[in-house]
Design a protein around this ligand. Sequence first.
Ligand code: ZN
Length: 178
Amino acid sequence: MTDIYQILVHPDPILRETAPEIDKINDGIRAQAQKMTDTMYAAEGIGLAAPQVGILNRLIVVDTARRARDEKTAPNPIAMINPRIVWSSEELWTCMEGCLSIPLQYADVERPRIVRVKYWDVQNQAQEIEVQGLASSCVQHEIDHLNGVLFIDHLSRLKRTNLLKKYDRQQKEKHNVL
Ligand code: ZN
């Protein structure tokens, strides 16, 4: 059995913390990246940030090539250490987002359609990539997590209130069943 992390869910206060940068990329960080990747796949997510598994450092993993449940596409996980958006397009687009830390709730979120991101990979190499569309939204969503920001923070007050009402109801029902 693969060793995976437990994913924290809203309103866990760790999800609201700003994570400090990683200053040394060592075996511990590589193991964390691997375990986060396994956790992301087990949860059928396309991205995961360290604070979501209770670790306060700036590491995210994403794999937008492989949509949930699609076994035909080969996995292509990318682990990004200290990721930084260095350019965003003025052009925006809207993507339906969800979050493993706010299970079963989805909403349209508007973000820049293209972003350029600098990060360090697990081999200690500096990388820069440009992502667009789904991958762009995913990377921005995960970097938000490193700053204690959740996708619901991008919604209007009314939409956020409605979504959280549904979420609270669902969390209560889940606990009643158990
Ligand atoms: Zn999320």
